[in-house]
Every structure is written in structure tokens, then in C-alpha cells.
Design a binder for this molecule. Structure first.
Ligand SMILES: [Zn+2]
Ligand SMILES: [Zn+2]
Length: 296
């Protein structure tokens, strides 16, 4: 057997940071070592993680985590797998939870035609009613789209516009579809899947999505990027994803390092996370410098 090449975790420059825009920190996989996971994230420059609700219980846990840990922010919502659990009482509970400290987005919500844990009609109904709730709460929406591009697109179109914006998480479509979502005011969040050898469509899409519409996520504990593929995913591994995206042609002109991606990613994550004025201003300044270098 051939020896596997070692790929060290990329290092970000001083004062440069990343945001993991989608992780499930409440899940069992992190039960034994969550403090270490968070410490590793901070050490490697992943300054913030949004932990996502999939049902009422995990939404509650997400809110608790965001209240008790610096650098964790929460999203609340009912995942399409649990669409049939969505009653008017659940919606009332979520409405209350969404007002808690450090809740920055609504989700994840959407349609999943791969697992089909709930009938399509129930998924679409739960999706539409939660889109309306997110609008009422003026929160950005986090969209789960698994093999349901047409359903998602038409429901976003008919329920829009979304003044607080949103993100298509764990993006899996091509560049044309991405541009259509961007037109509706959505960001496109790229998971570690982009590092997989067979992810050619996603790799190609990333090249055509404007950098200013890209966000990065783990979807941890799932979908760890190469070279950790198959193992538990965690926020610090967004560095590998950033490195892969740094092959983006626009970025290449600027210097081909994950630093450029990280600067931009944090800048555009600010619409969901208040990362603090000082850091934000520093990043904006930094970003301008990068652009100047690219144009020169
Ligand atoms: Zn999802
Ligand atoms: Zn998720």
C-alpha cells in the first residue's frame, strides 16, 4: 500500500479569520470533547461557528450553546426530515426561541428528496410556513436543498423577497443554479465536499460564483474535507475548504492563499453574525487592499 501524503492544516495569517456558517455542535459526536473542538477552532482562526437547529430539541440546545460559549451563534428551525412535527405550537415555540441572545438565522429548513423521511407535501408545507416565520422575525434563512433544486427555487420565489437574505447551505448544484439563487438574494455556502475528487460539478460551480456570494461551512459532524474525509468534521477543518476555494480564478490573481478567502468570507458572514465592529472594520480595510492588489 502506498503511503498517504500528509496535508497539513493550512495556516491563516495574523488577524485573519474564518466563520463556519453551518455546524451541528449539539450532536452526539461532540459530546465528549466540545471544549477542545471550540479551542482548536479559535486557535486556527475560525472565530465563529453557527450551530443549527433541526428540530425543537436541537434548536433549544443551539440557543443554549450560543448563550454559554463565546464564538457560537445559533439558528433555530425544523429540518425537512422532521417536517411532520411542525405544528402551530412548535411554530410558537420557535418564534420565542428566535428572540433569544445570539440567534442569528432561521433554519435549517427546506426539502430533501433523497431520504424522504417526510412526504414531499408535508416538507413543502413546513418549508413555506417557516419561510414566512423567518420573514416575520427578519432573520436570514438557512436552506437545506437535497436533490430538490426545482422545489426549493419555486418556493423561494413564491415566498420571497427575503429582506434579511439567506444562504443555500451545503450547496450541491451547478453554477447556473447558483446564479439564480444569488439573484434571489441568497449566499451560497460551500462544504468540504468541494475537496472530494469526484465533486467536479461543485468545483466548477465555485469558479463561477462571485467570491462575494460564497460562504464556507463544515456541516459537521458530517462531510469532513480531504484529508480528513470519513472522519468527524469540526469547525477548524473549514481551513481545508478555504484552501480549495483559494484556487478560484479571481483569487488566484490576488495571491492564491486561504487568507484571501478567509478575509472575504468573514466580511460576508457579517450579515448573519455581528463579529464586532473593530474586527469587521479591519477586515473591510484588508479586503480593499486585496482588491487594489488584484486590479493593479
Ligand atoms: Zn442540511
Ligand atoms: Zn445541517
Amino acid at each position: 500500500m502506498s503511503k498517504k501524503k500528509k496535508l497539513p492544516l493550512p495556516k491563516l495569517g495574523d488577524g485573519i479569520a474564518l466563520v463556519d456558517t453551518h455546524c451541528h455542535l449539539d450532536m452526539h459526536a461532540y459530546n465528549d470533547d466540545l471544549p477542545d473542538v471550540l479551542e482548536r477552532a479559535i486557535q486556527t482562526g475560525v472565530i465563529a461557528t453557527i450551530t443549527i437547529g433541526i428540530d425543537l430539541e436541537s434548536s433549544l440546545k443551539a440557543v443554549q450553546l450560543a448563550k454559554s460559549h463565546a464564538g457560537i451563534y445559533a439558528a433555530v428551525g425544523i429540518h425537512p426530515h422532521h417536517a411532520e412535527d411542525l405544528t402551530s405550537e412548535t411554530l410558537d415555540e420557535l418564534r420565542k426561541l428566535a428572540l433569544e441572545q445570539n440567534v442569528v438565522a432561521y433554519g435549517e429548513i427546506g426539502v430533501d428528496t433523497v431520504k424522504n423521511y417526510a412526504p414531499l407535501a408535508a416538507q413543502e408545507k413546513a418549508f413555506a410556513s417557516q419561510l414566512q416565520l423567518a420573514k416575520e422575525l427578519a432573520l436570514p434563512v438557512i436552506i437545506h436543498d437535497r436533490e430538490a433544486h426545482d422545489e426549493i427555487y419555486s418556493l423561494l420565489k413564491s415566498n420571497g423577497p427575503f429582506p434579511a437574505g439567506g444562504v443555500i447551505h451545503c450547496y450541491s448544484g451547478d453554477s447556473n443554479l447558483a446564479l439564480k439563487f444569488i439573484e434571489l438574494g441568497f449566499y451560497i455556502s460551500i462544504p468540504g465536499v468541494v475537496t472530494f475528487k469526484k465533486a467536479e460539478i461543485l468545483q466548477e460551480a465555485v469558479k463561477h460564483i462571485p467570491i462575494t456570494s460564497l460562504l464556507i461551512e463544515t456541516d459537521g459532524p458530517f462531510l469532513a474535507p480531504v484529508p480528513q474525509r470519513g472522519k468527524r468534521n469540526e469547525p477548524q477543518l473549514t481551513l481545508y475548504t478555504a484552501q480549495k476555494i483559494a484556487e478560484h480564478p479571481i483569487i488566484r490573481i490576488g495571491g492564491q492563499t486561504p487568507d484571501h478567502i478567509a478575509r472575504i468570507e468573514v466580511l460576508y458572514s457579517d450579515w448573519i453574525i455581528d463579529i464586532g465592529e473593530v474586527l469587521f472594520n479591519a477586515l473591510v480595510e484588508d479586503f480593499r487592499n486585496v482588491l487594489v492588489q488584484q486590479v493593479a
